[in-house]
Design a protein around this ligand. Structure first.
Ligand SMILES: [Zn+2]
Ligand SMILES: [Zn+2]
Length: 422
């Protein structure tokens, strides 16, 4: 990938060059004394990083010219500016910019954001991977002890959050620190069991005026998503009502349907095998997809409750997906005493993932009694079984704080201590 940097500030151009280089992106800095479009035509670039406040040059007008000239083909333009006004972001979008990044450049995310925009990619980040109950302490240091919370981030600063288990506190801290609390997002709730909603009131961006959220999930009978979330904050249970949180929070009751966000993020839903209404989500974007399917019970044949029609529907739902994040709560031998608890034994999950030709299977919603070493063992079991089935599905057990991108090639990195560990 090659980038062309249009910025009159040599220091910023130098930092951008270094950050891109560390991520394998070559770049060239503009010569402001000669015609910029000619320089662009003379090289082969995938992306232009464009400042908008430069002497004698209007970055947005340049963007408009590039975007209206078919000889530039698929060349992307990303506005990189110190101006954080919504007005400027809207104008950038109107003249065809593919993305907008505000200065100062964030060294942790800058190159990733550029890649994401150029490749229409999205990242998945894990904030809590446990099921049922948070388990802090020495036995959960590596995989983390928080309950379900996952985010998917898309180009142009769009975020989907999945579940509000205790992991959402770390997400909250990150947003308060990195973005001063500013965030608008969609929050998809799988179902209202405690481990998926009970840190909802502790998500600080909900208290920031100007933020906008839509909370989406399945209703239960006549109890809407709003009732279900509000109930846990009602009266004696929590001192602040959901209606008094400061941000604009709206609710949407979803069934089995397709939800389209901004025209290009397509979320399909499916009711899962779990007590009450529990929705699984398949997120499709830019030719890639990630499925978030928890909590879900895949019965063994021995249990006498295996439902082949349901499994066929699930296989169709997750078919060929790039990443399947799914409930692998139990070892096969543990499951024998946990039938009808609503969670799957690992062996059944591996079978389904292989049959659906899933590209990467991510083990998720671990039993609170399992230690890090147990999860290692579960991962090893799943990998062995997958290769015995001669399936090509990669198996991972993501740790809390790690991110994953299904595009262009899968790689995992961890955000801890401010470094990217590939
Ligand atoms: Zn759960
Ligand atoms: Zn549940």
């Amino acid at each position: 990938m090659r980038a062309f940097i249009v910025d009159d500030d040599q220091a910023v151009a130098g930092i951008a060059t270094e950050l891109l280089k560390s991520s394998g992106i070559e770049s060239e800095v503009v010569d402001l004394n000669s015609n910029i479009l000619d320089q662009l035509r003379a090289g082969t670039f995938d992306v232009v990083l464009m400042d908008i406040m430069m002497p004698n040059i209007d970055g947005l007008e340049l963007c408009r010219q590039i975007k209206s000239d078919p000889t530039f083909g698929a060349l992307k333009v990303v506005i990189v500016s110190g101006k954080a006004y919504e007005f400027d972001k809207r104008r950038a979008k109107q003249v065809g910019a593919d993305g907008y990044i505000t200065k100062p450049l964030n060294p942790m995310t800058f190159a990733l954001d550029i890649r994401a925009i150029v490749e229409s990619a999205f990242n998945v980040t894990y904030w809590g991977v446990r099921g049922t109950l948070p388990v802090p302490g020495p036995k959960s240091l590596r995989y983390g002890g928080n309950t379900s919370c996952v985010t998917m981030s898309f180009p142009n600063d769009r975020t989907l959050i999945f579940d509000a288990g205790s992991g959402i506190k770390a997400l909250s801290d990150s947003i308060m620190k990195e973005r001063g609390g500013k965030l608008s997002a969609h929050l998809f709730i799988s179902h209202p069991h405690w481990d998926h909603i009970n840190a909802f009131p502790f998500f600080a961006p909900f208290f920031v005026p100007g933020n906008k959220f839509e909370v989406i999930g399945a209703k239960h009978g006549d109890r809407t998503m709003e009732d279900l979330i509000s109930a846990q904050m009602d009266d004696v249970f929590f001192p602040i009502l959901v209606t008094d949180m400061g941000a604009s929070i709206t609710f949407r009751d979803a069934g089995e349907e397709t939800i389209t966000i901004d025209g290009d993020i397509v979320v399909e839903t499916m009711l899962l095998s779990h007590p009450g209404n529990c929705l699984g989500y398949r997120v499709n974007f830019g030719g890639k997809s990630v499925c978030y399917v928890t909590d879900n019970e895949l019965y063994t044949e021995d249990s006498g409750f295996q439902n082949k029609a349901y499994e066929a529907k699930l296989i169709e739902f997750v078919k060929g997906t790039d990443v399947l994040i799914t409930d692998t709560t139990y070892f096969d031998d543990e499951y024998v005493t946990k039938i009808h608890w609503g969670h799957s034994p690992i062996g059944r999950v591996v079978e389904i993932a292989a049959a659906a030709e899933v590209k990467s299977l991510h083990l998720f919603h671990h039993d609170p009694d399992q230690t890090d070493v147990d999860i290692d063992r579960k991962l090893e079991f799943a990998r062995d079984m997958m290769s015995a089935l001669k399936a090509e599905t990669r198996v991972e057990a993501p740790q809390e704080g790690s991110s994953y991108s299904p595009w262009p090639k899968p790689w995992l990195f961890s955000l801890d201590r401010g470094h990217l560990h590939r």
